[in-house]
Design a protein around this ligand. Structure first.
Ligand SMILES: [Fe+2]
Length: 260
């Protein structure tokens, strides 16, 4: 059995409001350590920092540097690519897209940040060709394709306006590779799942604050004090096999957590 802990949108910041997002990420990471068996790794699907400031990444580093599990960071529209590139956990210089191979699965991280689009995202043809090639490796091994921006509309017009702009092109690539167990995203600050290109899109909640579910056209996006949480993607052992996803609340709960 393999387990991937999927966190998202910590929005680590500095100044007078720094404590709440830092506590949210710390609580989620600690909750992961309270799980038995422990997940194999943690993926954070973007908006690691809130304003992309150097001091924000310094605090993020402090929160992660002693963490005992591998943590894979994904770039979000609030992040600054240059700061993420300095992160030692990334595959190498110039790579905010990368592959992390595990014996039982692959984590494939994409960079959907496109500053010209403001808060919306795009992968682009060259990156999609890279993904196609990455998915051709180890065809029998389940792959988790991770990006910040959901590639489909989810019925929330305020968030749909800033989704991935080339979702259909991503779907065309993913559809060619049955090894894709999940497409993992963030950005919505809500739990959302949808069928996508023959697999399942799983959007994780924020470990900090949630977006209000608003299905109307027009109102601005607002936040709501709903529980924070994370997703656990579990690859079941044979003979059943397959991937299942669990929601684990990390606030409004007295669940066990581990120190680090
Ligand atoms: Fe966010």
């Amino acid at each position: 059995m393999a387990i991937i802990a999927h966190l998202s949108d910590p929005h680590i910041t500095s100044g007078p409001l720094a404590a709440a997002p830092a506590a949210g990420l710390h609580r989620a990471l600690s909750r992961v350590l309270g799980l038995e068996p422990r997940p194999d790794c943690v993926v954070i699907t973007g908006d690691c920092a809130d304003r992309g400031g150097v001091e924000e990444y310094a605090d993020l580093r402090r929160l992660l540097e002693r963490y005992p599990l591998p943590v894979h960071l994904v770039a979000g529209n609030h992040d600054r690519r240059a700061a993420l590139l300095a992160w030692p956990g990334l595959a190498g210089p110039g790579a905010t897209r990368y592959v992390a191979e595990y014996p039982e699965f692959s984590i494939i991280v994409l960079d959907s940040v496109e500053p010209e689009l403001d808060d919306a995202g795009r992968l682009g043809d060259e990156q999609l060709a890279w993904l196609d090639d990455a998915l051709r490796q180890r065809p029998e091994v389940p792959a988790f394709v991770c990006l910040h921006h959901p590639p489909v509309r989810v019925g929330m017009p305020g968030m749909d306006a800033i989704r991935l702009q080339d979702g259909p092109a991503l779907a065309a690539v993913v559809r060619r590779h049955p090894r894709v167990a999940r497409v993992l995203a963030g950005h919505l600050h809500r739990v959302v799942s949808a069928g996508f290109a023959g697999t399942t899109l799983s959007v994780a909640p924020s470990v900090f604050r949630q977006v209000n579910l608003d299905l109307r056209e027009g109102p601005p996006v607002t936040f709501v004090d709903e529980p924070a949480g994370l997703l656990l993607h579990v690859l079941l052992p044979e003979p059943d096999g397959g991937c299942v996803t669990h929601l684990v609340h990390t606030s409004h709960t007295s669940a066990p957590f581990g120190a680090y």
